[in-house]
Design a protein around this ligand. Structure first.
Ligand SMILES: Nc1ncnc2c1ncn2[C@@H]1O[C@H](COP(=O)(O)OP(=O)(O)OC[C@H]2O[C@@H]([n+]3cccc(C(=O)O)c3)[C@H](O)[C@@H]2O)[C@@H](O)[C@H]1O
Ligand SMILES: Nc1ncnc2c1ncn2[C@@H]1O[C@H](COP(=O)(O)OP(=O)(O)OP(=O)(O)O)[C@@H](O)[C@H]1O
Ligand SMILES: [Mg+2]
Length: 254
């Protein structure tokens, strides 16, 4: 992987948030706090950039599990306001209105888009910006809901791989319990990112960096990492098939 000076990356992230908020005359930021590491990292960076009074955390559970406790742990350790909104009634009423039984992926995407609606309602009302939490590993593989968690005003982590986010989180002092948790979108019980994508983040990031940033031939990547070419091709397919998620909607030009 590339070697970054994480202290300097951290300062760049803090400066970026401060500048984005000040230049837009926003009062502060709203962040969806899941209890996972990406949102915790964005919250920690935001408090460094803006102070705790200008950061609002929204925890929006669908399932009853430990994630709400973890989200509270993040907010309490930072001293930021944490509002909990149970999205089950809203999501269930969407499903009732559909007239068909959505599969678990469609249902998960409804959950993600419901959270987006709630984040923007708070941003509108409070003159705040929505900070996204997507990282480069998710962005390049399309591992996010289009117009759901992929939607935000600024996304400070978008150019950092997941393995790099882990390093920044350690430097920030994010609670260990949050750092050590298995990454999960939490869209269905037992879901984990690495199972669904079929690869560990450590290997994914090594492949993505060579494939996308260094533009290395696939056979060289496989040889250098001591893996089969099929694994590299799997990642390449994820990148290619999610191209549409990295652009605004296209139309013909005249
Ligand atoms: N070629 C193309 N050009 C333009 N648009 C295209 C398209 N192919 C599909 N589409 C559109 O995109 C839609 C599919 O995209 P989308 O609706 O996002 O749905 P999809 O990519 O199928 O599912 C979202 C994935 O992201 C994961 N996720 C979601 C939320 C959070 C996290 C997390 O890590 O926390 C992960 C989730 O587990 C799932 O694997 C299609 O229904 C279609 O409308
Ligand atoms: N229950 C939730 N309450 C509030 N926001 C949520 C919830 N679930 C997901 N989100 C939002 O969607 C984002 C995307 O989820 P994702 O799982 O990629 O990140 P994470 O949970 O912060 O970290 P990890 O990937 O390690 O689980 C979260 O960072 C958060 O902003
Ligand atoms: Mg998560």
């Amino acid at each position: 992987m590339r070697r970054l000076d994480y202290n300097s990356v951290l300062q760049t992230l803090v400066n970026f948030i401060e500048k984005s908020v000040n230049e837009t005359n926003a009062s502060g930021v709203v962040i969806g706090i899941s209890g996972g590491i990406d949102s915790a990292t964005v919250a920690y960076l935001s408090v460094r950039a803006l102070g705790k009074e200008r950061v609002l955390g929204l925890t929006m559970p669908y399932y009853e599990n430990r994630d709400v406790e973890d989200a509270r742990l993040v907010c309490e350790s930072l001293g930021i306001e944490c509002r909990v909104i149970n999205i089950k009634p809203t999501v269930d009423s969407f499903i009732l209105g559909l007239g068909f039984e959505p599969d678990r992926k469609s249902m998960g995407n409804i959950m993600s888009r419901t959270r987006m609606v709630l984040l923007y309602a708070h941003a509108n009302q409070m003159n705040c910006l929505v900070l996204g939490t997507s990282n480069r590993s998710e962005f390049l593989t399309g591992y996010f809901t289009k117009w759901g968690d992929g939607a935000s005003d600024y996304a400070p982590l978008i150019n950092l791989y997941k393995t790099e986010v882990w390093e920044i989180a350690k430097l920030l002092g994010v609670p260990r319990r949050i750092i050590e948790k298995k990454p999960t979108a939490g869209l269905w019980e037992g879901q984990t990112d690495e199972d669904e994508m079929g690869i560990s983040y450590r290997l994914l990031d090594e492949i993505l960096w060579r494939l996308v940033d260094l533009k290395m031939p696939k056979d060289e990547i496989a040889e250098e990492l001591g893996i089969s070419i099929e694994r590299v091709e799997h990642v390449e397919r994820l990148v290619k098939s999610s191209e549409h998620k990295r652009h605004l909607p296209q139309g013909p030009t005249f």
